[in-house]
Design a protein around this ligand. Sequence first.
Ligand SMILES: CSCCC(=O)C(=O)COP(=O)(O)O
Ligand SMILES: [Zn+2]
Length: 203
Amino acid sequence: MKFDDAAAAIVAAGQRMDAMGWVPATAGNISVRESSGRIAITRSGCHKGQLTPAEVMRVDGDGASLEPGARPSYETLLHCGIYRRFPDAGAVVHGHSVANTVLSRRAGDEIRLSGYELLKAFPGGPTHETETAVPVLDNDQDIPRLQRMLDALWDRTPDAPPGYLIRGHGVYVWGKDMGHAVARLEALEFMLLCHLEEGRNAR
Ligand SMILES: CSCCC(=O)C(=O)COP(=O)(O)O
Ligand SMILES: [Zn+2]
């Protein structure tokens, strides 16, 4: 994918996530891996529902800005970590929803989702009978340290799903392209909301 197409896909994803209420204030960040291997990513501090293509910039695979003076997302290294580990990943989305924030604050080191039809949107099986364990990591403002925790987790669990939660912070999800990444995000957010509602009704 070329930069202009990547920027258009990022703008559209931001609008979709905003419509769902998943990127309040300036929360969230979004990226696409271009065919060149460079990464198109949102600049830091922009409202993701009101993005313009000028608020999308390029970094290299190590997260270094390719636009002098422009500041990429504070969480750029988490995007780079996903692209480095998963060669098929072509787009990454990060949002802060109520469901992912509340559930991750209560959870241990994973949230198990089972019996949901929408599990079909995740790898691991053709039926709803599969189960997925979404990792939950402690929040950390030291992004390189957080990425080291993720690398250790993925070393231990190579079949981990294409997404994870950061406690009290948000969710990262990826896919082969933006359509795929956003569809997975929608599926995961739906299941997290169901999980939250079930917990509320059980009390
Ligand atoms: C205002 S949200 C705090 C930062 C954050 O978690 C986020 O997702 C947005 O950071 P960015 O630097 O990508 O704008
Ligand atoms: Zn965030």
